[in-house]
Design a protein around this ligand. Structure first.
Ligand code: 5GP
Length: 207
């Protein structure tokens, strides 16, 4: 008897407060792993210096964003730190169905919406990881060190961080952030293990 297997892709939601290192982690794993893609979100947040439209985000104004919501193009959306953010269905669903793993870096509200999604395909693919900063001081140092936020935005992000951290028990996995390499190794372990989950395997048996 011969067993040939295919699998559904993993829809991997990664959350954590701003400055936890989650975006860097997702991008580092995506760069090294050919079975994986990183979903580019839409946002109404102003573009930061060095960001590229269509690479970091699809930058939209509020009217364009709400039109995408109205058209049913988004899997989830939420207001985060005063701006709208949302995941495009077109960056996730087809990919997962053809066996590609998709990483989405979204806030705790968006994660809760996808976790409760009724679609059986999404449920079968879904896993989530919370990236936990090692301490408040380290979080403030990382967020400040980026130099991308105004003073006001920095204060808002620090204030929202505790509310986000309170949500970590809802996640299947938590990575307490250490060095980049340590975080990446933990991330690899999770995804490589999840790729063998029996419920996602489609096994063709032949005599
Ligand atoms: P930033 O402005 O620093 O790029 O992102 C701010 C927050 O928005 C981060 O917590 C990030 O994970 C979250 N975020 C990014 N894209 C999405 C999205 O598509 N949906 C939701 N709900 N949150 C997102």
């Amino acid at each position: 008897m011969e067993n040939n297997s295919q699998r559904r892709g993993i829809l991997c939601v990664v959350s954590g407060p701003s400055g936890s290192g989650k975006t860097t982690l997702c991008r580092a794993f995506n760069d090294e792993d050919p079975e994986c893609s990183y979903a580019i979100s839409c946002t109404t947040r102003p573009m930061r210096e060095g960001e590229v439209n269509g690479k970091d985000y699809h930058f939209l104004d509020e009217k364009e964003f709400l039109a995408r919501v109205e058209a049913g193009d988004l899997l989830e959306h939420a207001r985060v730190h005063g701006n709208l953010y949302g995941t495009l269905k077109s960056s996730v669903i087809e990919q997962v169905e053809r066996g590609q793993d998709v990483l989405i870096d979204i806030d705790v509200q968006g994660a809760a919406l996808i976790r409760e999604h009724q679609d059986p395909g999404i449920q079968a693919s879904y896993i989530d990881i919370f990236v936990m900063p090692p301490s408040q001081e380290e979080l403030a140092a990382r967020l400040g060190g980026r130099g991308t936020e105004s003073e006001q935005d920095f204060a808002l992000r620090m204030k929202n961080a505790q509310e986000e951290i309170d949500q970590w028990p809802h996640y299947a996995y938590a990575i307490v952030s250490g060095s980049r390499e340590q975080d990446l190794q933990k991330f690899r372990n999770i995804i490589h293990g999840e790729r063998n989950r029996a419920s996602r395997l489609i096994i063709h048996q032949s005599a």
